[in-house]
Design a protein around this ligand. Structure first.
Ligand code: 3EB
Length: 334
């Protein structure tokens, strides 16, 4: 086992073992291998003062390469891979192909347990050339590919984020484990996304609400990857148009989920264990209020970034994802 870590704005120092760097910046560009590690760019902002990067490092030496359009790096236990689906009139076929290639690659490299996926979709709430919302078009192709996974595929779906970006088509990056024993969790107050009714599109979104992974020997280092979480109760949007209430419901969803996972696993989990939190806010004018509400909810060691982005449902104003250290007791540092 190796020690996987994520930091925001850490210098991507080539003396470290870097599995991947995700730049949230002012333009889109193709993924690449740069200085020996994959770099992928999400066009998330028009403002240079809002740029940041997410750096995934590990305790073991890394090998990187590319296979077709997929750029990847691996350390013997964790595989980071990234690709970009170019801007297109419809996405179903190209997204299905990208996901199929990713599934084939993780299988061939023998890192078969995908535990976290991010999808940044430009024009997510716009319509494709057939009049279908781009997010729904994307979900269609994703579900077609993931449903080919062996066994009961819905029980193997990892934590995910599906969110808007400003340009560049669809950027997909994921983390997959050789062992890691990922376990996936659902929120008792939310219908599993893969069972959302057909009013939300031809195929349901394919993800679990959270995934727990063991990143060290003897089960001593467990990390919880929280999917994008929003103000959805059952399958419906709660409090459309009301930012404060959506924030409260989103935090309640996170707390309910953490409580339920605690009961299942015996790991006491709470919001103090967030090491990293990314918060997507639809309207830029809401960002100061969101920042203020979060200040009261978080401990200082949580690395926090707010991103002005469209959310996959046009009535959602905010979405929160993060990484929690499940083996930390969760008390604020003294
Ligand atoms: C929701 O609860 C909000 O399509 O990958 C959250 C996380 C959402 C991931 C995805 C969508 C996705 O349905 C939307």
């Amino acid at each position: 086992m190796t020690n996987l870590r994520c930091s925001i704005d850490a210098k991507a120092d080539k003396h470290e073992n870097i599995l991947g760097v995700v730049r949230y910046g002012t333009s889109s560009s193709d993924p690449s291998i740069t200085s020996g590690f994959p770099v992928v760019t999400v066009h998330s902002t028009a403002r240079t003062d809002e740029e940041f990067q997410e750096v995934w490092t590990t305790s073991a030496p890394v090998q990187s390469d590319r296979d077709g359009d997929i750029y990847y790096a691996m350390d013997g236990e964790t595989l980071f891979c990234a690709c970009r689906v170019p801007e297109s009139a419809t996405y179903r076929d190209s997204v299905r192909a990208a996901y199929e290639s990713t599934l084939t690659l993780v299988h061939n490299l023998n890192y078969p347990n995908i535990f976290r996926i991010w999808n940044y979709v430009s024009g997510i709430n716009d319509r494709n050339s057939s009049g279908l919302e781009i997010y729904r078009d994307f979900c269609h192709g994703r579900a077609e590919a993931l449903s080919t996974m062996q066994g009961q595929w819905t029980t193997r779906l990892p934590a995910a984020t599906g969110i808007g970006s400003l340009s560049g088509g669809i950027v997909i990056y994921c983390l997959s484990a050789r062992t890691g024993f990922p376990s996936h969790f659902e929120n008792p107050h939310q219908i599993p996304a893969y069972r959302y009714p057909s009013q939300y599109g031809p195929r349901s979104p394919s993800f679990a609400r959270a995934t727990m992974v063991q990143h060290s020997p003897n089960n001593t280092h467990r990390i919880l990857y929280l999917s994008g979480t929003a103000s959805v109760v059952g399958h419906e949007t709660a409090h459309p148009g009301d930012l404060r209430r959506q924030f409260v419901t989103t935090m309640e969803n996170i707390e309910t989920l953490l409580q339920s996972i605690s009961t299942d696993t015996g790991d006491p989990l709470c919001v103090n264990q967030f090491r990293l939190m990314k918060v997507y806010v639809r309207r830029s004018e809401d960002m100061p209020l969101v920042r203020e509400m979060l200040r009261d909810a978080l401990v200082p060691r949580t690395q926090l970034r707010l991103v002005n982005a469209d959310i996959c449902r046009s009535d959602l104003l905010l979405e929160i994802e993060g990484v929690l250290d499940a083996t930390d007791v969760g008390h604020p540092p003294t």
